[in-house]
Design a protein around this ligand. Structure first.
Ligand code: GLU
Length: 481
């Protein structure tokens, strides 16, 4: 993927504002209300010293760490959004990502305001102890300013962070809030053993799959872009094999798609006949890179995977990867935005002229925050999903099956019986809630698009849906006349 420094002249936040303004032209809200929705409410920029240990030499020194937490909107609380660890973190980026969280939550009916955090570090340089120290210190900075809490602001994983970091955050938070009964709700994306839910890890990728599947299953929409309906047989290319990229690719491949390209930070691997995802992951884990991968064409320019001949391109890394420079060379018919902000507005104009369907980030990657919401609800309810009704459902199903057997005089096989009887457990319920959310939200956006003939693209339709929902919260709450 291209280095962000090459694109430092692009303001990500301004790009989001451009998309917002384009969509608000289709709505008739007060300018003041729209300005309020668009603005970032609270921006917390911090600097703190941490003793860091060089991973290779073990040498210790003190470094001043630059970090942020932005609460874009408190029209609903808590605020919600991940924390990223990357050298590209800056205030503009965190503001843009926080604002996208507000619109994302609105689209999937998650009753939170948008937020985002970021720490400007290169994790590869530090020992695990150092990353733990930085994470815990960042959490105490958030606590000091009341920027974290189950009813205030609830972080989650993002680029460069995962379950481990979320565990350190909750542990630090609880140390400062002994006895707070909902304390585990101060962060989501935690390990199962520490208050997480089954299905959260895979949720963003699963959501990317469900959302794209919904689009691809509508024959008349596919006809417009020259594709047949259905995921099976579609050629996909994925940028980034982190949590989002890996799980997206996995669910597509399981549904019969062919993985023809992948991009990592240092190279792309291409194979028109199809790549074996698990084999790629194993190679990456063993060797630390795909540069020497033997079962495909390795190209030192990671952008090659964006430009490869495929049906569905899934950018699942960082923002501003598809720009006016490379957009003319993109061959995919669908861009499924797993990442936040992967296409710049200039690139989008070029792609739309080429009749490409862009399924926008703030809808398509909302699976993560949707399941974060379920995790948060689970903590607040203090009872595991499925605990109360699993056995009841199984007993009721058993009675139905017995009745069917009695009435028909035929018996159901043991295998079928076990499927028919089984009640839903936590993972089934989480995945079902996610699937339902992605399907309903897709049709909500599509209907808005169909109803307003002047809207030319799905991102604008998604923004219209989001702005409308946030605006109506302001008006119904009596905040706006
Ligand atoms: N970082 C993810 C996102 O950008 C998840 C946020 C969350 O679960 O709060 O949507």
């Amino acid at each position: 993927m291209s280095k962000k420094s090459d694109l430092s002249n692009i303001s990500f936040f301004k790009n989001v504002e451009k998309y917002f303004d384009k969509a608000s032209a289709y709505l008739s809200y007060d300018k003041g209300l729209l300005d309020q929705i668009k603005a970032c409410n609270s921006v917390y920029q911090m600097r703190f010293p941490v003793v860091v240990e060089d991973k290779k030499s073990g040498k210790k020194s003190v470094e001043v760490i630059e970090a942020y937490r932005v609460q874009h909107s408190q029209h609903n609380v808590p605020c919600k959004g991940g924390i990223r660890y990357s050298m590209d973190v800056n205030q503009d980026e965190v503001m843009a990502l926080a604002s996208l969280m507000t619109y994302k939550c609105a689209i999937v009916d998650v009753p939170f305001g948008g937020a985002k955090g970021g720490i400007k570090i290169n994790k590869k340089l530090y020992s695990d102890d150092t990353i733990e120290r930085i994470t815990r210190r960042y959490t105490t900075e958030l606590i000091k300013k009341n920027f974290i809490g189950p009813g205030i602001d609830v972080p989650a994983p993002d680029y460069g962070t995962g379950e481990r970091e979320m565990s350190w955050i909750v542990d630090t938070y609880l140390a400062f809030h002994p006895g707070e009964i909902n304390g585990y709700g101060c962060v989501t994306g935690k390990p199962i053993s520490n208050g997480g839910v089954h299905g959260r890890r895979e949720a963003t990728g699963r959501g990317v799959y469900f959302g794209t599947r919904e689009a691809v299953n509508i024959a008349e929409d596919m006809k417009k872009i020259g594709l047949t309906p259905g995921i099976a047989g579609k050629r996909i290319s994925v940028q980034g094999l982190g949590n989002v990229g890996y799980y997206s690719a996995k669910f597509f491949v399981e549904a019969g798609a062919i993985l023809v390209g992948v991009a990592e930070i240092d190279c792309a691997v291409l194979n028109p006949k199809g790549l074996d995802l698990e084999d790629l992951m194993k190679w990456k884990a063993d060797k630390g890179s795909l540069l020497t991968y033997p079962k495909g064409k390795v190209v030192k320019k990671p952008g090659a995977a964006l430009e490869v001949d495929c049906d569905i391109l899934i950018p699942a890394a960082l923002e501003s990867q598809i720009t006016e420079e490379n957009a003319p060379r993109i061959k995919a018919k669908i861009i499924a935005e797993g990442a936040n902000g992967p296409c710049t507005p200039g690139a989008e104009d070029i792609l739309l002229k080429k009749n490409v369907l862009i399924i926008p980030d703030m809808y398509l990657n909302a699976g993560g925050v949707t399941v974060s919401y379920f995790e948060w609800l689970n903590i607040l309810s203090h009872v595991r999903f499925g605990r109360m009704d699993k056995r009841f459902t199984e007993n009721t199903n058993k009675m139905f099956v017995n009745q069917i057997e009695t009435l028909t005089g035929k018996s159901v096989s043991a295998r079928e019986k076990s499927i028919l009887l089984e009640g839903a457990d936590e993972e089934d319920l989480v995945n079902s809630g996610l699937e339902d959310t992605m399907i309903n939200s897709y049709h909500n956006i599509r209907n808005t698009w169909l109803e307003n003939k002047k809207i030319k693209d799905m991102r604008t339709a998604a923004f219209v849906v989001a702005i409308d929902k946030v605006a109506s919260s302001y008006t119904t709450l009596g905040i706006w006349p």
